[in-house]
Design a protein around this ligand. Structure first.
Ligand SMILES: *[C@@H]1O[C@H](CO)[C@@H](O)[C@H](O)[C@H]1NC(C)=O
Ligand SMILES: *[C@@H]1O[C@H](CO)[C@@H](O)[C@H](O)[C@H]1NC(C)=O
Ligand SMILES: *[C@@H]1O[C@H](CO)[C@@H](O)[C@H](O)[C@H]1NC(C)=O
Ligand SMILES: *[C@@H]1O[C@H](CO)[C@@H](O)[C@H](O)[C@H]1NC(C)=O
Ligand SMILES: *[C@@H]1O[C@H](CO)[C@@H](O)[C@H](O)[C@H]1NC(C)=O
Length: 185
């Protein structure tokens, strides 16, 4: 109870601080790895990053769901790089069909709001056919993640009917306060 209140308070302060220093974050993709563990259910046609400037890296993904699927879940875990990737605080699972009907998970809602305009994965189940993420990049002004500066990896493991089908692993660099950095230069 108390830890929950404390967390809410800290998160509130973080949000307030972040609104004042609106563009004081840098977020850049550094790696993207996709792999299907069941190519009779899901195949990747494309999965890559494209750097268009020093600050902007676009993420593209094109996969195909081969048979209509009505039961999809996501297990996500964030690792922070420190002598290799160490497990960090955030880990959780969501029922993707339920989530897409009603975005009930606050952390996933942040992630989903960041990418939905770049993707056709913006409807609820069933899923079949092409699953596209096109030229996705992070708008720093949308970013409200309570992360310390560092290199991270987000492991997303996707399940159909509770069986693991494919992974999408995204690595990124996050710098929380560019203004401070600029002042130092
Ligand atoms: C994604 O990351 C996890 C955790 O490090 C690893 O076990 C898994 O093999 C990775 N998947 C791919 C496709 O690299
Ligand atoms: C792989 O996908 C096929 C087609 O959807 C499905 O019938 C089968 O159960 C899946 N296998 C595993 C191990 O998930
Ligand atoms: C996705 O890949 C498929 C198979 O290669 C291709 O036919 C389709 O045009 C691609 N879609 C997009 C939006 O790139
Ligand atoms: C979902 O994405 C498609 C393709 O990008 C777009 O045409 C459609 O309007 C989007 N639907 C919603 C509900 O956002
Ligand atoms: C998804 O499928 C699994 C395995 O068949 C089942 O245990 C689970 O209840 C299903 N979830 C939903 C929300 O239907």
């Amino acid at each position: 109870m108390w830890s929950k209140l404390l967390f809410s308070a800290l998160f509130g302060i973080f949000l307030a601080a972040n609104f004042e220093v609106n563009d004081a974050v840098l977020f850049r993709f550094t790696n993207f790895v996709c792999k299907s563990y069941n190519t009779s259910a899901f195949v990747f046609n494309n999965c890559r990053l494209k750097a268009v400037s020093r600050e902007r890296v676009l993420l593209n993904m094109n996969g195909t769901v081969l048979h209509s699927v009505n039961n999809v879940s996501l297990h996500a875990k964030i690792f922070k790089k420190a002598n290799g990737f160490q497990p960090w605080v955030l880990e959780g699972s969501v029922d993707a069909c339920r989530f897409l009907r009603k975005t009930y998970n606050p952390f996933m809602r942040i992630v989903y709001n960041l990418f939905k305009e770049f993707s056709n994965i913006n409807h609820t189940c069933p899923f079949v056919g092409p699953q596209i993420v096109k030229d996705f990049y992070l708008k720093p002004e949308l970013l409200r993640l309570p992360f310390p500066t560092g290199d991270y990896m987000l492991w997303m493991q996707w399940f159909f009917y509770n069986r693991p089908q494919f992974d999408t692993n995204v690595s990124f660099a996050y710098v929380e306060d560019l203004l401070v950095q600029k002042k130092e230069n």
